[in-house]
Ligand binder design. Structure first.
Ligand code: ATP
Ligand code: MG
Length: 212
């Protein structure tokens, strides 16, 4: 099978993540897309973060009606850091019959050289890279060529609608009591509301802020 891997923090999952999965599925003839939430993201440590359980549950809700979208809990370990090179190696060992396609946005394509043992990622998968933010098609082609020539990476452009949506913006909106409708699936918007996610901003001294 041809499997797309959509790794991320998904705090919360939003329609940008879902569109990337959908377009990769269609345009590259993939069999399944596996959403892979990172258990303990080393670079994101903010007080208003939601727990792994909440992030996983929101993914479940977001993909529940799509038979070819799956949840992959391989990195869902709260106490350990997960690294993409290691996960991709393990997935190749566990499923030697599968071909893996790692899906990411431009910001990740441009920062991939900072990822731990990033060179080890390239033999394990084809990368499908989508445009995001201020990176245009020419920037993307340049970075792709650079990574291909320097590291032998296999990278293809993933065409998907450009959406200026990030989980950071959604967390900020929710913490201000603003709507996140239409930027996340309805069930996720309801989940955020019901569980009062992103509402409590801890102050430096540990007391709850005015949004609590
Ligand atoms: P945060 O603001 O917390 O970093 P995020 O919206 O970037 O959240 P992540 O979970 O960090 O979401 O992203 C997972 C992957 O999805 C990354 O490769 C990222 O580049 C990609 N991605 C997320 N949102 C978009 C978007 N709107 N367009 C293209 N790619 C996106
Ligand atoms: Mg991000």
């Amino acid at each position: 099978m041809k499997i797309g891997i959509m790794g991320g923090t998904f705090d919360p999952i939003h329609i940008g993540h879902l569109l990337l999965g959908e377009f990769a599925y269609e345009d590259y003839g993939l069999d399944e897309i596996w959403y892979l939430p990172n258990g303990n993201p080393p670079h994101k440590q903010q007080a208003e973060e939601s727990t792994l359980n909440h992030r996983v549950e929101m993914i479940r809700q977001a993909i529940r009606n799509v038979p070819y979208f799956k949840l992959c809990l391989h990195e869902a370990k709260e106490t350990e850091h997960s690294y993409t090179y290691q996960t991709m190696r393990e997935l190749n060992t566990l499923y030697p019959e599968n071909d893996f396609y790692f899906i990411l946005g431009a910001d990740s394509l441009f920062s991939i050289e900072t990822w731990k043992y990033f060179r080890e990622i390239f033999p394990t998968c084809t990368i499908l890279a989508a445009m995001r933010d201020d990176k245009d098609a020419a920037d993307m082609r340049m970075q792709i060529r650079y990574l291909e020539e320097k590291y032998g990476a296999r990278i293809r452009i993933l065409q998907a609608p450009l959406l200026e949506i990030s989980s950071t913006t959604l967390r900020e909106r929710a913490s201000r009591g603003q709507s996140v409708s239409y930027m996340v699936p309805d069930a996720v918007a309801e989940y955020i509301k019901k569980n009062r996610l992103y509402q409590k901003r801890k102050l430096d001294n540990g007391r709850l802020g005015e949004n609590s």
